[in-house]
Design a protein around this ligand. Structure first.
Ligand SMILES: [Zn+2]
Length: 441
């Protein structure tokens, strides 16, 4: 017995009282709610054969007057884990024949996608227990109605229009980005998006200063005046520690991404650190004394100390050129990123599934796990960055922006960007504009 089902019967009971009256108002007038009483509980069409031969007057009586007095009762269920349509209808005393008929009418198979918290409104004629109407409301924007009539259920889909508003907000950071952002009424989802957009240029753990400011426009989805969701940030500006960054959302042929007004991607071609490291245990050093061999051996990469099993991500899009063991390096992966760039990951505990040479990987994709295979004195990632075969310091290398737009895309983007930024700037407060002009002086 599932404990979570217990309160449901209470909910159902209270709904009957509330909704039975309301549903009467909406029932089509062609279907009588109350008719004169007869002794037969079966529909008129079959009562003739069941009962004695009717008097001539009875035949002349309008059909609906021969039924037993029927009232409609509506019950609204908030679906719980494990609920099924047939179980709910069965509990209401609906016949298997009508349940089967209802499911047959479900041409979009909406009943196969029932989820907790969706609502199901069931209207039954009482006392005959004939199912008259079922309304499934899976969310604020969709409603599915099944109405009984003429021996079958008619299926109708209703979509409630979602309107999208664009909100402008501006924040001056006094406590923290998330505290001040929330105080300005910006949802966490949008604040996370903001830090994600600018993560290439701003270290949100270390770089944020009191007095930093940001302004942004983001989408809010509304249904009948209520907020039902949030879309994406369309444009944003971030003043951080004396620098200003901007981002415009735009669809290119390759992906939807954020760009500067000049059409440069904010995304960099490489992640700075391909592992969530605890500390740099050994920096790039061409003249290092090797910890095991005690001889001068260059350290061709950076070592990031991290617990065994920590995920290692591919620093950029590319193709695996080596997956296996190398002397000293232990389990190793090499990724070729094209344009002369390659990265190497060593001392790995193991590889992610399906990592074989020749396979393409995406930036940020988990390719392996930290370990201490090969000549290692503790679990860490040894990470090398090469440009045209030359080792570079992964910590200080200037990482190029991701592949820019092509000329054709730029021609449409630039006027759009200019216009959007102009409209955006017009909404800035005098304080925000002052902060901007101080930087540009
Ligand atoms: Zn190393």
């Amino acid at each position: 017995m599932n404990k979570s089902r217990l309160p449901k019967s209470l909910l159902v009971a209270s709904c009957i009282f509330v909704l039975a009256g309301a549903s009467l108002l909406f029932w089509p007038s062609t279907q009588p709610l109350v008719s004169t009483q007869t002794n037969s509980t079966t529909p008129t069409s079959s009562s003739a054969s069941a009962g004695p031969i009717p008097e001539p007057q009875t035949v002349a009586t309008p059909e609906h007057l021969q039924k037993q007095e029927q009232t409609l009762e509506s019950t609204t269920f908030v679906l719980q884990e494990g609920d099924s349509l047939s179980r709910i209808l069965d509990r209401l005393g609906i016949s298997n024949r009508q349940i089967a008929m209802l499911i047959r009418a479900d041409e979009d198979q909406v009943f196969s996608r029932l989820q907790p918290n969706q609502t199901l409104e069931v209207t039954v004629a009482m006392p005959s227990q004939d199912l008259k109407k079922v309304i499934l409301t899976p969310n604020r924007t969709e409603r599915y109605e099944f109405t009984y009539g003429g021996g079958a259920f008619r299926f109708e889909t209703h979509k409630v229009p979602v309107s999208t508003e664009r909100l402008y907000k501006e924040v001056s950071i006094q406590t923290s980005l998330f505290v001040d952002g929330a105080n300005a009424g910006i949802p966490d989802k949008i604040l996370f998006q903001l830090t994600d957009i600018f993560r290439w240029d701003i270290d949100f753990a270390l770089d944020i200063r009191q007095g930093d400011r940001f302004a942004l426009v983001y989408e809010v989805q509304e249904v009948e005046g209520d907020v039902v969701g949030y879309g994406d940030i369309q444009v944003a500006q971030f003043i951080n520690n004396g620098r200003v960054f901007e981002a415009l959302r735009y669809d290119t042929q390759k992906r939807t991404d954020y760009f500067t007004v000049d059409g440069l991607s904010l995304r960099k071609a490489f992640i700075r650190t391909p592992v969530d490291f605890t500390r740099i245990s050994s920096p790039f050093n061409p003249h290092r004394l090797h910890p095991i061999f005690k001889t001068t051996r260059p350290h061709q990469g950076a070592d990031y100390a991290a617990p065994t099993g920590t995920e290692v991500q591919s620093a950029g899009d590319g193709t695996l050129t080596f997956v296996g063991q190398m002397t000293g390096y232990g389990n190793t992966i090499i990724v070729d990123h094209g344009h002369g760039f390659s990265t190497l990951y060593a001392h790995l505990n193991g590889f992610a599934e399906q990592m074989i040479a020749g396979r393409d990987v995406r930036q940020g994709q988990v390719i392996a796990f930290v370990g201490e295979t090969g000549w290692a004195t503790g679990p860490h990632l040894h990470y090398e960055f090469r440009i045209n075969g030359q080792h570079q310091d992964p910590e200080t290398i200037t990482i190029p922006n991701d592949s820019p737009m092509n000329q054709q895309e730029l021609r449409t983007f630039l006027p759009y960007a200019q216009q959007t930024m102009q409209r955006f700037t017009q909404r800035h407060s005098p304080a925000f504009n002052q902060a901007l002009s101080r930087l540009r002086r």
